[in-house]
Design a protein around this ligand. Structure first.
Ligand SMILES: Cc1ncc(C[n+]2csc(CCOP(=O)(O)OP(=O)(O)O)c2C)c(N)n1
Ligand code: SF4
Ligand SMILES: [Mg+2]
Length: 286
């Protein structure tokens, strides 16, 4: 009480180092994020990218998709390409991309996003076209589209969210499911004999002369999240500068079908996924 009185007196007397005696104004949610324009002390430290709609999310707690959506929106804003970017959403948990991004987004049949993106980019080379795909969408049903699009060296960008399961349909095994991983369709764990080895997508397409920028990132900690964001930006820049095909793989948590808490899911990425799917740039433009 005495301290508070002293602070008020110092403020009244105009002491230059006197702390502000007013009780903190509650932060208010504005269209631009958490900032309070009424509060002269208000400093915006966290805002919503213009390219992201202000809507509730349908993703489970701790899911990585929402974060990747946000990073894509931030990069689009930063590069000033909102009026000429077009996303192609997959079939999978990220099917509702058009509900979240505030720019043009199309939908494609399961796995066919690279084919749709190819058509768009060829018809309108001035557009910046990206696909957003899960591991089931890209590395199972869409393998043919991925391989031929990469091999042709289409000047598009692929954002590949690898969560090691088919999330949307109930956590079945994906081509990226790890050896021994228990899923709805591998109740005793994936075996290499029965299912082959988990696919390393960027490494698989790296030998194609058409692929230019290939990188694997992860969402398991802030450092890696910031690398993921930088990689997304680099991939878009690769397209803007007409360098050619780019793909960013992002190891992303699916706590629901890994049957882990959101925090344990991050640990699982670090301890199980990263040793098998090493992070880093796999191919960079000459
Ligand atoms: C032609 C066709 N086959 C199968 C399905 C069922 N299906 C919907 S989403 C999905 C897998 C999605 O998994 P993934 O791409 O890894 O996305 P996630 O939900 O994990 O993000 C499957 C098999 C479908 N919708 N259409
Ligand atoms: S099921 Fe998995 S991938 Fe789908 S929204 Fe939930 S956590 Fe995300
Ligand atoms: Mg998946």
């Amino acid at each position: 009480m005495e301290t508070r009185r002293r602070i008020r007196r110092a403020a009244r007397e105009g002491h230059p180092k006197a702390p502000d005696p007013r009780p903190p104004t509650p932060r208010r949610r504005t269209a631009e994020g958490y900032a309070n324009p009424q509060d002269p002390r208000g400093r915006q430290v966290f805002g919503k990218p213009a390219s992201l709609k202000d809507v509730p999310t349908h993703f489970c707690s701790g899911c990585g998709h929402g974060l990747v959506h946000r990073m894509v929106a931030e990069v689009v804003d930063e590069l000033g390409i909102r009026e000429r970017v077009v996303g192609v959403s997959p079939v999978g948990c990220a099917v509702l991309g058009y509900d979240y991004w505030d720019f043009d987004v199309s939908e494609a049949a399961h796995g066919r996003t690279p084919a749709v993106a190819t058509g768009m980019k060829r018809a309108r080379p001035d557009l910046i076209v990206f696909t957003y795909q899960g591991d089931g969408d890209l590395a199972a049903i869409g393998t043919a589209e991925l391989i031929h699009t990469a091999n042709r060296g289409e000047n598009i960008t692929i954002i590949f969210v690898n969560n090691a399961v088919y999330g949307m349909t109930g956590g079945q095994m994906a081509p990226t499911t790890l050896e021994g991983q228990i899923t709805a369709t591998t109740p005793t764990g994936r075996t290499l004999e029965g299912c082959g080895a988990p696919l390393k997508v960027p490494e698989m397409i790296a030998p194609f002369p058409g692929t230019k920028y290939l990188v694997r990132t992860a969402l398991n900690n802030p450092h890696n999240i910031s690398i993921a964001r930088r990689s997304i930006k680099k991939a878009f820049q690769c397209q803007i500068e007409n360098v050619g095909f780019s793909l960013v793989e992002i190891l992303s948590p699916c706590p629901t079908y890994w049957r882990l808490s959101p925090l344990d899911a991050l640990k699982w990425i670090e301890e199980k996924m990263i040793p098998y799917f090493p992070l880093g740039e796999i191919k960079v433009p000459d």
